[in-house]
Each structure stands twice: as structure tokens, then as C-alpha cells.
Write a protein that binds this ligand. Structure first.
Ligand code: MG
Length: 417
């Protein structure tokens, strides 16, 4: 059956057995094995499990009844052959950053709920990327290709419905609830599948003879409110019919992004400074793209051996997310104001940030460079600092972005000597 128009399209993405999957990926001997993530390593590197709880369990361990938040001792009684590995948030955060960066290539409106879960509002992405179902399917394939991690997806017109849908066929599920089908989709489901409906509310509702979301939605609102309170009663009554217009909220956009480096030895070698400047620009560019932003202004900060500090800014002709444009503008500023005396610090920053996907495509430098940057970001996410980078020669020769050319572009000083 085909539904109506997707006037709102929300995807809920939930990685499957996330911590345990990351551990199984980096330790091949754990694949196919029951794995419990929990406990911690002491100074000698020995795993401590006493008083620990299960942070996560692989599907192989769940088959034995192991669940998150269960004491490790209990889990090991249920599944004595389980392999226990300590929690490593650094590794999970790195994987999570990669996944969310992929999500942001489809929409800047991404609301992470935890390291392994996020809402995406893809309403405005349909024109460019197609139907919500194909966006979810494509994202699923790209996450798998890039990270080897599996995820489940729910697609619906409302957050609460998308979340219930993603949970329905875990792992590796993709459930689409067509517009207009929300209430019918939820109706047969058990009360506990509804986010926000805890054990206390469940008991109260069972006392009213209610066991499905359809029965909950059919109750008179005032009966529900007398039982659960005004606010909670109304919230659950609305949610049970898929009535939820809450927005996907993006964590605050920063005013600026910058990176600076103080050198171990003061530098006056042009090539060396150039290489540093490009690394700084690439780092700033990566964080810009990770957030799904474009920048209008590039800032260069330099400090001489005598601590004289200069900050120079350049307004770009169009917002950019490309390393080349950031590095080129910073290079132009350097050529314009550097006296040639040794520098002890160099910094590159961007400001005037805007949501990349909300900009007119023609106003934005969506060009080969940006696509290359996105590709390099993925490699960086996958391989860290061993990932390939743009060569210095490539950047500057391709660019032809000299100080002289920059004078007409609104350059101004933010700081005088
Ligand atoms: Mg999950």
C-alpha cells in the first residue's frame, strides 16, 4: 500500500548491539561468540568484573538471556562461556562519529540521542536523495560499507513512530510507516513498545484492562488523565496514535571552529609553514563537514617569536566546506601579512557558520573539492591519522589563490600589531 505525502519524514537510526559489535570488529576472535562488554581493566591490565554490570551484550550472548544493566556475575552464570571485554568509550565514540557524519551527508538535521542512536529529519532531503525509504536504505548500506556496523531504521512522519518502528525488527531492520498509517501501525503493539511508557504507567493501564496501544488510544482522554495525571495522560494518549509533532533538534551550532598550533621550534620556512597551515585547515574543514556546516569567513592567527600576535580575517565570496578553500584563504592572508620573521604559533579558523544543506547549491562550493574532502573524511574516520591527505603541492598549485586576488574580497584586520 502506498501512503500519502511525506510532508514530514523522520528516520530513527539505531546501531545493533553497538559496543559489542565494535569489539567483534576489531577482535576477529570474538566474532560469532557471545560477547559481554562490561567491567574495567586495572593498572596491570587485568579485567575486573566484581560489582560490574553489563554495558552491552552481543546477540550471541543475548540468546542466553544476558541483558544490559544486569550484574556481570549474573550474566556469567547465564552464559559462562561469554567473553568479557572492558568498556572502551574512545573506540565507540570514534565509530559513532563516523556513523553520524554519514547521516549528515543526507541532512544537517541530526539529533543524536546517544552514541548509537539518532533522529534524522529528511523532509527537505527528498528532492535530492529520493523517498525516505531509499534514503534509509542507502544510509544503511553506506554505514555497513564504511564501518561494517549493522543498524536498524524506522521511517515515519513522527519521531515516536520512527523510534517504535526501528525497534520492531532489530537487528538489521528497516521498517517504514507510510503517512496516514501511524495509528494502525501502533494499534496492535504492546504498551511497553511506546517510548515514555514505563512500568508504573503500564501497571496502571493494565488495571484499566488495556494491553495494546490501540486500546490505549481508544480510551477517553479524561479517564487516562485521572489515572496518570494531566500531562502524562495527554502525552501517552497522543503518542499511542502516532500524534507527535516534536521537532528533530540539532545540538547548537558553534559560532566558530578553529585550531592553532604552537611549534616546538619557531618556524620561518615557507614550505614548513605551508604544510602546518594545510593540516590546520584540513582539521577545521573536517569538523565543519562533520557538523554539516559551511563557513563564510576564514581567520588566520599568527604569533611571532616576540609574541606579537596578529589575527586577519577574510570573507569568502561564497560559504564553503572545502579544505582547499579554507587553506587557500588562510594562505592568502599569510602571504599578505607575514613579514618573514620566525613564527611560534599559527592558527586557522572559520566563522559565520551556516547549515550546508540549507544553502542554495549554487551559493555553495559543492564541487569536486568538497566531494574529495567528504571522501577523505570517511577515510580519516576509518584509518585515523594514517589516512591519505591532500598533498601540499596539489593544494596550492590547483588553487591559484594568491594574496593579491584576495584584496577585493572584503579582507579586513581584526587585530592590529
Ligand atoms: Mg542500539
Amino acid at each position: 500500500m502506498t501512503g500519502g505525502d511525506w510532508t514530514r519524514a523522520i528516520i530513527h537510526l539505531d546501531l545493533d548491539a553497538f559496543y559489542a559489535s565494535v569489539e567483534q570488529l576489531r577482535r576477529p576472535e570474538l566474532r560469532g561468540q557471545p560477547v559481554i562488554v562490561g567491567g574495567w581493566s586495572d593498572e596491570s591490565g587485568r579485567l575486573q568484573t566484581a560489582r560490574g554490570v553489563v554495558s552491552a551484550a552481543s546477540y550471541e550472548a543475548r540468546r542466553w538471556g544476558v541483558r544490559s544493566a544486569m550484574p556481570l556475575a549474573t550474566a556469567l552464570r547465564l552464559c559462562p562461556q561469554a567473553r568479557v571485554v572492558p568498556v572502551d568509550f574512545g573506540a565507540y565514540r570514534a565509530a559513532s562519529t563516523q556513523v553520524f557524519a554519514l547521516a549528515r551527508t543526507y541532512t544537517p538535521v541530526v539529533e543524536p540521542l546517544s552514541l548509537d542512536e539518532a533522529y534524522l529529519d529528511v523532509t527537505a532531503s527528498q528532492r535530492r536523495f529520493g523517498a525516505p525509504r531509499s534514503i534509509a536504505a542507502e544510509l544503511r548500506d553506506r554505514i555497513l560499507d564504511t564501518t561494517r556496523l549493522h543498524a536498524s531504521f524506522g521511517v515515519a512522519t513522527a519521531k515516536v513512530v520512527a523510534k517504535v518502528a526501528s525497534d520492531l525488527r532489530k537487528p538489521r531492520g528497516l521498517v517504514v510507516v507510510e503517512p496516514g498509517e501511524e495509528a494502525a501501525f501502533l494499534a496492535p503493539l504492546a504498551l511497553r513498545t511506546l517510548p515514555g511508557l514505563g512500568p508504573a504507567a503500564e501497571r496502571a493501564l493494565q488495571g484499566l484492562g488495556v494491553s495494546t496501544l490501540g486500546q490505549l488510544a481508544a480510551l477517553p482522554l479524561d479517564v487516562l488523565q485521572r489515572r496518570l495525571g494531566q500531562a502524562a495522560g495527554r502525552m501517552l494518549w497522543e503518542r499511542a496514535r502516532g500524534d507527535d509533532d516534536s521537532a528533530v533538534s540539532v545540538p547548537g551550532r558553534p559560532k566558530s571552529i578553529s585550531r592553532e598550533e604552537t611549534f616546538a621550534h619557531d618556524l620561518d620556512d615557507d614550505d614548513a609553514l605551508n604544510a602546518r597551515l594545510q593540516e590546520l585547515a584540513a582539521d577545521v574543514g573536517r569538523r565543519l563537514r562533520q557538523g554539516g556546516w559551511c563557513a563564510r569567513t576564514v581567520t588566520l592567527r599568527m604569533r611571532y617569536s616576540d609574541f606579537t600576535t596578529l589575527t586577519r580575517q577574510l570573507s569568502l565570496p561564497a560559504p564553503t566546506e572545502a579544505d582547499l578553500a579554507i587553506a587557500g584563504a588562510a594562505r592568502g592572508l599569510l602571504e599578505n601579512c607575514w613579514t618573514g620573521s620566525p613564527l611560534r604559533l599559527l592558527g586557522v579558523g572559520v566563522s559565520g557558520l551556516e547549515d550546508a544543506s540549507q544553502l542554495d547549491l549554487f551559493a555553495r562550493r559543492v564541487d569536486r573539492d568538497t566531494r574529495v574532502d567528504h571522501m577523505l573524511d570517511q577515510l580519516h574516520g576509518r584509518f585515523g591519522h594514517s589516512a591519505p591527505r591532500r598533498g601540499a603541492a596539489t593544494t596550492l598549485r590547483d588553487l591559484d589563490f594568491r594574496g593579491d586576488d584576495l584584496r577585493g574580497l572584503g579582507q579586513h584586520s581584526a587585530d592590529e600589531r
